[in-house]
Each structure stands twice: as C-alpha cells, then as structure tokens.
Ligand binder design. Structure first.
Ligand SMILES: O=C(O)CCC(=O)C(=O)O
Length: 331
C-alpha cells in the first residue's frame, strides 16, 4: 500500500487514487450481495404475481434482479440504497441498512486508508449509495441517466452537500466495486488535477441530479478511466470532477460509494447520521453496533418526515458565474 503521505499527496494533486487489494470479496462484499438478494426475495413475495413467485425466487442474482426490475416497483433503486430517499420521506420509507453494510462502513481496512487522508478522527458521512447497474440495454429508456441504475452525470461530490457543507466539510469518497469495473461496463471517468479548480457551479439535471454547468466542455479533456478489480478501492477528492459511463456489457456492475468526513467539519446533510467510526479517544465512539446505527437512521427519518425531504441540493452552487467551468477554463 502507498505510504501515508503519498496517498494524501496524490489525492490532493490528482483528485483520485486507486488503492489495490484492500477488501476480500467473500468476507467483505459477498454478504452485502446476499442481503441485496434477500431484498429481491422480499420484493418478489410482495409484488410478483402468485404463479411466478416460486420460479423467480429460484433465479440467480442477475436473473432475479432483472425480473424484479420489470415489476414496475415505484422507486426500486431505493430498496437497495443505503440511505433515506431524498424526497417524500415517510414513516414507511425503506432503505438498505443491512448488517453487512454496517460491517463495510466500519471496516478496519477501509478506515486505515481513510485515516491516511483525514487523520485519526473520522466520522461516517450519510452521503452513501449502493448501485446495481444492469446492462444499459435492459434499462427502460427513461432510466438511462439515473445515477443509481444508469449513468452518473459529471459532478463533484462537494456539490451534493448543504451550502455550509460545501464550504467546510473535509470529506473523502471511498468507491468500492463488487464486480470488476471496466470501461465497457460503466466505470467512472475523471480528469486528472481538475479538482484544483475548487468547487464549480452545478445545475439540476432532468430528474434533479447534480450536474456540472457546461459539462460538455469536459469532453475535450483526456479522461482517466477509473477501472478497478474487486478488492480495490478508489478514493475521490471532494472536488474531483467525475461521472460514470454506460454499462455496455452483458453483465452487472455493482458498487458502493461510502464517504467519511473529518471530525469537527460538517457532514452537509443534517440531520442524517454522522458519527465517529474512529478516534484516539474511545469515548467519542458512541455507535458500536448495527442496531444503534439503524436507530440513528430511524431518528433522522422522524426529523425528516415533517419537512418531507432527507436532503436538498442548494443549486445553483454559487449565485454568481465566477465559478462556472466555462469561465475558469478561459483563464
Ligand atoms: O458509481 C457510479 O456510477 C458513480 C459514483 C459517483 O459518482 C460517486 O460516488 O460520486
């Protein structure tokens, strides 16, 4: 593994770092895929016509998910995502807070890497996703640009935080492939060192996704393909400009993106769970197990119900256009 100062330096310079062989598929990732499959089984039980249930329950992961995705289940991605839905938070809002995911968020090998970037005082950020991406040709036309199941537009992770978070959050993204991720099956791409421009203006995409303003201008840069093997992790700087490609393969592309922020800096997603996962002072660690973690999400949910949303993107990021990519590129 790269030494402490090297990882931090490279991340600050390039905006991304791949760290190889951190996780073990069977131990760290497979349990999450098993839990995803359990969610599929529950959805089949609830939504599939009675005559197809038994057959569908015996399908393998891919066939089962493909079947479930054709059942017209409202906001299907949300059942497999780690956090509350962005909008319309209700008492029965579901999210994928499995024990296996708790184990990943608090995984020692991940935290050892994160410590090299953020130092020893680390909080788990509620800005987290799990993404199951089928081959794009299997997606309904309208979902091709949905970031959880299709392509993700060009963006910076700092842009999905509150205005306070955009300014003060010291955060790192840990992107984790559950399947080998390549150019062909929709890896992320980025532009080296462009993070040095700082936070740029974003616009709201057609379904409210966060997207860099004038992102077409990025087409003229040489992309870096963030391909990764299972076991690797990819770290992204909060100002890294990145997006993901279409899954042109015949196979699935599955990943999680977790985030951590340095204690003492805001998460940018209040009141969602933001708690110590590592500290020199053990008294800071108050969430010790899966059940406490779920309780935090449920408490946050109750706070979000009256206002109906879990988080909002404060677009435009800046009121003036000094931070537009188009302006900065001409300087
Ligand atoms: O996994 C993807 O397709 C996109 C991930 C991403 O954009 C992120 O983690 O910020």
């Amino acid at each position: 593994m790269k030494s402490n100062s090297k990882i931090k330096e490279i991340l600050k310079r390039d905006g991304f770092v791949k760290v190889k062989n951190i996780l073990n598929f069977n131990k760290d990732l497979k349990p999450i895929m098993k839990d995803m499959e359990f969610v599929m089984d529950c959805l089949i039980q609830k939504f599939a016509p009675k005559i197809y249930k038994n057959r569908a329950l015996n399908y393998d992961f891919r066939k089962k998910y493909t079947y479930v995705s054709k059942l017209n289940i409202y906001d299907l991605d949300q059942y497999f995502n780690t956090r509350l839905p962005r909008d319309h938070v209700k008492k029965d809002s579901d999210y994928f807070a499995s024990h296996s995911l708790w184990n990943l968020i608090t995984n020692k090998k991940i935290l050892d890497v994160v410590e090299k970037i953020l130092g020893s005082e680390i909080l788990s950020s509620p800005v987290q996703n799990t993404r199951i991406k089928q081959p794009e040709k299997k997606l309904p036309k309208g979902s091709v640009h949905d970031g959880l199941s299709g392509r993700t537009p060009w963006h910076q992770d700092a842009a999905v935080l509150s205005t306070h978070g955009q300014k003060f959050c010291d955060m790192v993204t840990v992107w984790i492939p559950f399947t080998k991720t390549t150019k062909n099956n929709g890896c992320m791409i980025t532009v080296k060192e462009i993070n040095k421009m700082g936070l740029l203006n974003h616009i709201s995409g057609y379904k409210g996704q966060v997207e860099i303003k004038n992102s077409k201008l990025l087409d003229k840069f040489k992309p870096i393909y963030l391909q990764a093997d299972v076991g690797d992790i990819i770290l992204l700087h909060k100002h890294s400009i990145h997006c993901s490609l279409p899954n042109k393969s015949n196979n699935f592309r599955i990943s999680a993106d977790l985030r951590y922020n340095r204690a003492g800096t805001p998460s940018g997603r209040k009141p969602l769970p933001n708690f110590y996962v590592r500290s020199k002072n053990k008294k800071n660690i108050k969430i010790h197990n899966y059940k406490q973690w779920v309780a935090l999400w449920e408490k946050a949910k109750n706070k979000c119900i009256p206002r109906k949303y879990a988080f909002k993107y404060p677009l435009p990021t800046f009121k003036h256009n000094n931070r537009d990519l188009s302006n900065l590129l001409t300087k």
